[in-house]
Write a protein that binds this ligand. Structure first.
Ligand code: SF4
Length: 307
């Protein structure tokens, strides 16, 4: 059996930064450390943090005054940050700098009374955080091509759009084209906010699915970017998403000679290593790594946490 590991896969720069922040905070401050949401959308990481003294609570008012709060990589509303300071919390912000950039764009639109269409999932933590940058008007939300075709806006001459960072590149371009056709004066504030890591992993899984009989995506079903990888892989191959090797089903190997492996931007590489060890019980395997694109981006830690 052949295994093809595609690159890039796994941790992106924003997740590496968020994990380094929480690791430093855990090593410096008294437990428990509070978080407003899962640090990143991966069950392995979330369970690890919970076991090591992290408490997740959506309601800032439940956090004892004077505690330490770490903001998740998805970002939060302005109100939540203000509430945290009102409760005298020490706040460390693990929001990905690429999400922060969207917050600045949203704040600019809010300040200049430019109506905004946010392309994304209105229930996703990142989109809630972006909506929370507005206090002059509520942004419109477009989730699908259907929404893009039918959305009605008050003033199409003072209108911009932003996107969630982890959407499908293939669908989002179609949605943006529809919006541009319907509202020719729409402003591309962020051009397209789908991040480099989402883009690269989707391009990579697209290529992987075309050269393998089965694609296994390591990731959690709470992760938007993991689900998009599955969606793309399924269009071109048999594909499944699992948290770890324990969820793998032997019958998936029927008529399969080449397995493609990738992982979402929040999945530790350790889970892939465990799978490879496990799959060896079914016979000899050869492992090949295919690089679709190279990544070099990294983000600095906040000054106070630097070693
Ligand atoms: S997926 Fe993109 S936006 Fe999200 S943390 Fe990673 S780099 Fe940042």
């Amino acid at each position: 059996m052949n295994i093809v590991l595609v690159k890039p896969r796994g941790f992106c720069a924003g997740v590496v930064r968020a994990i380094n922040i929480i690791k430093r905070v855990l090593s410096i401050y008294k437990l428990p450390i509070y978080m407003n949401h899962e640090l990143v959308h991966n069950n392995y990481i979330v369970n690890f943090l919970k076991k090591n003294g992290v408490v997740i609570t959506k309601n800032i008012n439940n956090i004892p005054e004077g505690s330490v709060l770490v903001i998740s990589a998805h970002g939060v509303s302005k109100n939540m940050i203000n509430d945290a300071y009102k409760r005298n919390l020490t706040v460390f912000d693990a929001t990905c700098p690429l999400v922060k950039k969207i917050h600045y764009q949203a704040s600019y639109a809010n300040k200049n009374n430019i109506d905004t269409i946010i392309i994304g999932n209105p229930k996703h933590q990142e989109v809630l955080g972006t909506i929370g940058q507005y206090n002059n008007a509520t942004p419109y939300i477009v989730e699908s091509l259907h929404d893009a075709n039918y959305i009605q806006v008050k003033n199409s001459n003072k209108l911009c759009f932003l996107t969630q960072t982890t959407l499908s590149i293939f669908n989002t371009y179609k949605i943006i084209n529809v919006l541009k056709n319907r509202f020719p004066n729409i402003i591309e504030l962020g051009k397209n906010n789908i991040c480099y890591a989402t883009d690269n992993r989707q391009q990579a899984v697209y290529k992987l699915a075309r050269i393998t009989d089965l694609v296994i995506i390591f990731g959690s079903n709470i992760s938007s970017n993991a689900n998009k990888l599955l969606e793309i892989a399924r269009k071109h191959s048999k594909a499944y998403m699992i948290d770890n090797f324990l969820y793998f089903k032997k019958q998936w190997l029927n008529n399969v000679s080449t397995i493609g492996i990738t992982s979402s931007a929040s999945t530790p590489e350790l889970l892939i290593r465990q799978f490879i060890k496990y799959i060896k019980q079914y016979g000899n395997i050869t492992i090949k790594e295919v690089t679709v694109s190279k990544e070099t981006l990294s983000f600095k830690l906040p000054k106070i946490l630097k070693i």
